[in-house]
Design a binder for this molecule. Sequence first.
Ligand code: G3I
Length: 367
Amino acid sequence: MIPALTLMAFLTMTSAFSAPKNKPAPTSKKSPTITLKRLAKERGLLVGAAVAVPELFEDPVYEKFIRNEFSIFTPENAFKFDALRPSRDAFSFETPDKMVHFARLNRMLMRGHTLVWHNPAALPNWFLKGKFSAKEKREILKDHIQKTLTHFKKAAKGAIICWDVANEVFHHDGSYRTDSIWAPVAAPTANAFLTQVFNWAHETDPKLKLFYNDYDIELPGPKATAVYNTLKALKKAGVPVHGIGFQMHQGPDRITDLKAIRANMRRFAALGLQIHITEFDFKLKDSEPKESALEKQALAYADAINLCKSIKACKAFVSWGITDKYTYVSRDNSGMGRANMLDFELLPKPAYYALRSALSKKADRRD
Ligand code: G3I
């Protein structure tokens, strides 16, 4: 039996954002100013999404929604090591610079993602297949960070406000990924590795806010504690770590212990770190009945943005993609998908309206 209050809250919320069926995104003519970015600005937040290419330049509906609704975006793949580095001696900035131009033209900000990540899917074959010594890997990574940030310092002229310097450096049990292809770059501890890469980034562009980014660290647990303890030590040692990215890939079950997430996030804020929700999405089982699944998903989107609203250090909410049409989810999670705020036809789902509804209300508290 659902307690009456929760049920009432649920009914209020669902009625508030139950989507008009098959209507274009409400930022069309009739409500040009009520956009996610406008509502978020009133809450002191940036709101955005991961953006894919070539879709950004080939799908005008996708491009218009991004341009109208968001104040910040993260290149989903275009700034990763594999995309930037066709060979050891070459950098390819053509597509990334087109995304930067799009951002500057539309007065949007960007999150750089990501300078170092172990995932082979984001590493080029010349690096994966090369037999590089620890010393050579160190030189390759140092060169990558320095040349990439030097390029964008000039090309982006401040549009890129932060970078996920290091992504997913800990295993689920909180141990450091000593098995990472990058681990030999610095002495075999997370602290030494992160100290090295954050210092290289900060020395190259001192104006950037430098983030550590990871998944499954929103709830307290061994991984969240390992990240917390490491970042606490780095901050104490004066290492230039400015923020923590909670990816928050969610679903198909909705996390209800929001108090625990908030307390966990606030302890990172107490270290003096900015908080970004960096990759929010909520996957659904293909077998789930549509209506109830979409309402559950909408509540999860509202939960996440309300969490960010309620913590002063939380400055940005970024979803990982915007439409079920262009997504990694179904490819990487068999039997699941539909994780985004727009459907396959790029029409708003209840999740989109839940974000608008949540952003149109003041936070109960913001500390
Ligand atoms: O662009 C090529 C295309 O030319 C080729 O035909 C196709 C088939 O091989 O691959 C395309 O590249 C794929 C790329 O996505 C663009 O779709 C890569 O193979 C594929 O590995 C890549 O997956 C991305 C993955 O990170 C690895 O980089 C996903 O789109 C992206 O959503 C995912 O995002 C990560 C974050 O960066 C870190 N946090 C987790 C998150 C989800 O895994």
